[in-house]
Design a protein. Structure first.
Length: 366
């Protein structure tokens, strides 16, 4: 078995190819958390007809794209800033705010802590407790949000726990943070997969609070990580203007901007995605309930976190068994507060999900 300290991520297909001798084209990635439908049908049909757009510079303000996003997200286009993926926007927000001490709800995505450290900030974690099924405890958070904290970072729904908080809870968090001079950065990368999307997204709160910025992208829900298109929504026009002033011009190429407009208007694709993910999420939970060797935590996004209950089996063992069948899951032992008893996988098409469940079950019951 491969020494599993390499900690493969969803984008590490080339490393997997080299380590296991499996062609990356033959790997089904349950680790990348990407929409199993692939790209929008309308995008596939229409984008090539816009190829001549690359002969001119994009609109520096990306006004048409921002208005399209505003229609999709139900907000004012003047509250939207686009960027080269949500990663660029995370970096720019940190660069502007320069938090000296940030609190991050975790376990979660490592890039927040990394970016904060680049600007000499210190990150502390507010631990989502396993005995709470990794749901956020607002009373405990209230105590943790000390006066010397200047930034609170939350992924909602959270990666890798697939837990989420509703807008009422977010309003309480914003009130607490407003009193203490704390800015809130919310990563909504996975919110569009939530079955209760309308009550989970914090976008409506940007109309009333100026201490929140929401980040989103098209990598996961729209299955287009290679286009590198992200957007931020914030009620503070001053902050958006300051971020924009630090941003390089034209960080989104012409085709990516056009692609965004096509995707955000593909209502059939959006509907099919939500139906497929919701159906498979429910079905897989029903299957997992009958497997006593694992415990799962209620998923709200398009992925699920599992704890291995069987002695002698680790996350590395399950990763190894699955990848040998061309199925790549996420070994979660590198996440803060998780160990080698946790795995995560996203929901793919039914046949692929069945193949993974078969491998996991057989390995756990050996």
């Amino acid at each position: 078995m491969l020494e599993h300290k390499e900690h493969f991520h969803g984008s590490d297909l080339e490393k997997i190819e080299a380590a296991y001798g499996i062609k990356k084209e033959d790997i089904i990635s349950f680790s990348a958390n990407v929409n199993p439908l692939g790209i929008s049908g309308k995008l596939r049909e229409e984008l090539s007809s816009h190829i001549d757009a690359i002969t001119t510079y994009p609109d520096r303000e990306y006004t048409s794209l921002r208005k399209c996003i505003a229609g999709y997200a139900h907000t004012d286009y003047r509250n939207i800033l686009t960027g080269n993926g949500s990663t660029e926007l995370i970096s720019l927000v940190i660069q502007i705010l320069k938090p000296s001490k940030a609190l991050i709800a975790g376990p979660t995505y490592s890039e927040y802590e990394h970016e904060i450290s680049l600007y000499n900030g210190r990150s502390h974690y507010f631990r989502l407790q396993e005995y709470d099924d990794f749901n956020l405890n607002i009373d405990a958070l209230d105590k943790a949000l000390a006066s010397d904290i200047d930034l609170f970072v939350l992924c909602n729904p959270n990666n890798p726990t697939s837990s989420q908080i509703g807008r009422d809870t977010m309003r309480k968090i914003l009130d607490i943070c407003k009193e203490r001079g704390i800015f809130v950065m919310v990563d909504e990368t996975y919110v569009e997969f939530s079955k209760d999307y309308e009550n989970i997204t914090s976008i409506p709160l940007t109309e009333y609070y100026n201490n929140i910025i929401i980040l989103r992208g098209i990598s996961k829900f729209f299955a287009a990580p290679g286009l590198r298109l992200g957007y931020a929504i914030c009620g503070s026009r001053h902050l958006l203007k300051e971020i924009d002033s630090r941003k390089n011009p034209w960080t989104i190429n012409s085709l990516a901007a056009i692609a965004g407009e096509i995707m955000f208007n593909d209502t059939e694709y959006i509907k099919k995605t939500r139906e497929l993910v919701s159906s498979e999420r429910n079905r897989i939970c029903q299957v997992l309930e009958k497997i006593p060797e694992v415990k799962f935590y209620h998923p709200n996004a398009n992925f699920i976190l599992l704890r291995i209950l069987k002695d002698g089996i680790t996350s590395g063992d399950l990763f190894d068994a699955a990848i040998k069948k061309g199925l790549m899951i996420r070994d979660c032992s590198t996440f803060p507060f998780l160990d080698n008893k946790f795995i995560r996988f996203c929901f793919m098409n039914p046949e692929e999900n069945d193949a993974l469940l078969k491998v996991l079950t057989e390995t756990l019951r050996k």
